[in-house]
Design a protein around this ligand. Sequence first.
Ligand code: NAI
Ligand code: ALG
Ligand code: NA
Length: 580
Amino acid sequence: MSIAIPCRQLFIDGEWREPVKNKRIPVINPSTEQIIGLSLSLSKIDTDVYLFDSFIIRRSKLHFSHVSRFQSDPYFIWLVVISFADKTMVYSSSLRHVDEKTEENNWEDFLFLWDIPAATVEDVEIAVDAARRALARNKGRDWASASGAHRAKYLRAIAAKITLRKSELAKLEAIDCGKPLDEAAWDIDDVAGCFEYYADLAEGLDAKQKAPVSLPMETFKCHVLKEPIGVVGLITPWNYPLLMATWKVAPALAAGCAAILKPSELASVTCLELAEVCKEVGLPPGVLNILTGLGPEAGAPLASHPHVDKIAFTGSTATGSKIMSAAAQIVKPVTLELGGKSPILVFEDVDLDKAAEWTIFGVFWTNGQICSATSRLLVQESIATEFLDRLVKWCKNIKISDPMEEGCRLGPVVSAGQHEKVMKFISTAKSEGATILCGGARPRHLKKGYFVEPTIITDVTTSMQIWREEVFGPVLCVKTFSTEDEAIELANDTHYGLGAAVISKDLDRCERVTKALQAGIVWVNCSQPCFSQAPWGGNKRSGFGRELGEWGLENYLSVKQVTQYISDDPWGWYQSPSKL
Ligand SMILES: NC(=O)C1=CN([C@@H]2O[C@H](COP(=O)(O)OP(=O)(O)OC[C@H]3O[C@@H](n4cnc5c(N)ncnc54)[C@H](O)[C@@H]3O)[C@@H](O)[C@H]2O)C=CC1
Ligand SMILES: N=C(N)NCCCC(=O)O
Ligand code: NA
C-alpha cells in the first residue's frame, strides 16, 4: 500500500492552505533520480537512519516513541526520508497527518512520499486578494505606509530565523536541486545577509522620503515620495531556489509591497520553509504569499493578473518573453533576469593556475547552472595550449559526487530534462565538428543521478550552437584570440549581455576591456562573486532592470511627484469673474 503524505501546503494570507484543486508535485532528488520518500518498513528503518528532530539532526533508530508525535499534533508529523545514492536518511519536516496512527498499526504498509502543492489559477486569485487586503489593512498603516523601520524589524527577524536553521535549509536545498552542500550553505548565508541588507535599506528609506526637487519658479515647491508599487508577482528559478526568491522578496517587503512568490516546481522546498519562517516571525497575513506550482498553471495567471502591479522574473529567456507579452496586455511593468552566454577573456600575462581556477569556478560552480556562468572561454593564442592543459588537470581534480558528500564540488544537474538537454548540447557540438577536450559524459563512478562530467569543448566556430546558446550545465566552450580587439569582438558576439570576465595582470587593459564589454556585470580577475550591495542584471536578451543594492529596492518603489503652489497671489491665467 502506498499513500502520499503532503509535506507543506500553499502559504496564503499567513496560513497553510491546500491547493483548491488538491494537486501535488513530487519532490525529486537529482542524485538518485527518485522521489524523496520514506518507506516505513520497520526492518529498514532499524538499519541506518537519521532523525531530524525539530530540525536538529541526530543519528537514531526510529522507535515508536518518536512516532507518537503523530498523536500529539493532529496536523503535522516530523519525518521525511531522503534517499541518497548509497544510503537512506530520515529527516523531519512538517507532514500533514493523513491517518490515525497508533503503535499497533502495521507501519510496513506505509510509504511516505514527499511532494509540494501545485497551485492553479484559483489559488492565484485567493493569494492576490490576500495581498491586496494586506496592503489596505488599517488604511495601509500595518504595512504599505508603515515606516521602513517597522518593516525592517520583520526582515531582521526572518534573517535571524534563517541563520538559526542554516544547516537544515542548506541540506534541503542541496537535496532538492543537487548543488554541493558547501555551496548551499553559502547560499543560505547570502539569503540571511540579503534580508539584513534590505532591512538597512528599509530603514534608510524613511530618511529619503520627501526629498526636495528644486524648481526654477519660486511660487512652487516640489518633493518626491517613494511608495510601494503594490502587489508584486515574483517568479523564480531552481538554480538558487531560496536565494533568487530572496533577491526579490527582501527588497519587495522592504519597499512595502505585498508579494506572491512562485518558485520553480523543480526546487521549491526551501521556499516553503521561508513561508514557515514568515509564519513564525508573525509577518502580517498576506504580505508574502508563496504559491508553488507549475509555470503555465501558477506563474502565467500571476503574470496576466489585472491586480498584480508588477512582475519580477528570473529564468529562461523564452519564459521571460512570454511573461513580458502577458504583462504587456495591461501595461504591467516587468523586470527580467534571463539567460546568458557570458565570456571570460584570459590574456597571456596571467598566472596560469589562478586563471584556470577562476575559469572553472566561472562555469562549473552550481553545476554550471548559473545565468551568469562564464561559459565561453577566450584565451590568448600564445598561452592556449598550456592553459587548456592546466584547465584539464584542474577539471580532473573536481570531486563529483552526491552533493551531501564531504568535499563535493560538482553535483548532478537539476532534472532528467536538464540532463538530457545538456547531453544533447554536447552531442550536437560533436556532430558540428567540435572536439570534446575533456568530460562530455556521465562520470564512470556514478551510475545513477543526473550527473555530467565537467566538459571542455574546443575547435568551436562562432556559428555553432555550443557557442551561441545557453547550456545551463557544466560545459565550457573555447576559442582563441590574438589581439585585444579580436577578444572584445568575439566576447560581444552574442545576443546575451549578462556577465563577462577579464583576467589579466595589466589593469589598464582590464579597464579598457571592461568598458568595451557589452554586459551588465564585469568581473576583473575573478568570475561569479556576487554581493547584495552591488547591482545585478543584464543587457540585450539577458533582460533588463537591476536587482540587489539600492537598484533592487527601486524595482519595488513608485516615485510620486508632489508639487505645491506656495504663492499668496492668485494664479491669474484667466480673467477673474469677481473683477468684472
Ligand atoms: N537564466 C536563469 O537563471 C535560468 C535559466 N534557465 C534555463 O531555462 C531552461 C528551462 O528551465 P525551466 O526550469 O523550464 O525555466 P523557466 O524559465 O521556464 O522557469 C523559471 C520560472 O518560470 C516559471 N514559468 C515557466 N513558464 C511560465 C509561464 N508561461 N508563465 C509564468 N511563469 C512560468 C517556472 O515555473 C519557474 O518558476 C533551462 O534548461 C535553462 O537553460 C532555467 C532556470 C534559470
Ligand atoms: N550567488 C551568486 N554568487 N550568484 C548568484 C547568481 C544567480 C543567478 O543565476 O542569477
Ligand atoms: Na528537486
